[in-house]
Design a protein around this ligand. Sequence first.
Ligand code: AMP
Ligand code: ZN
Length: 113
Amino acid sequence: MADCLFCKIISGEIPSKKVFENDKVYAFYDIAPQAPVHVVIVPKTHIESANEITKENSSAVADIYEAIPEIARILGVEKSGYRIVNNCGKDAGQTVFHIHFHLLAGCVGGKMY
Ligand code: AMP
Ligand code: ZN
């Protein structure tokens, strides 16, 4: 996607602080961290949001969740714990319309539900 910030980060056109990469997934430090550890995890394929997940492209979500344990180990939070957040759409505060999952750790606080 020509005009997508995260596609540009994945391609290297916009710099980022990489945490993890494989052929399907890219993870990088959030530019405005909301927790002591705040990483954004994206599929390399452009999908706008959770609303666009289908039977055909849902493997992109599995690819993310398969990478999460390794990303947590790299960050050293696999034992202390972390929260995975996906914001979908305006009311959830989604600002970048390339589906992504926030990994938040450090002092995330209590449950949100
Ligand atoms: P959301 O608000 O859920 O759409 O998440 C988008 C996230 O991308 C926000 O937490 C931003 O701080 C983060 N962000 C925006 N631009 C960049 C960038 N250039 N590098 C790293 N993170 C970014
Ligand atoms: Zn994109």
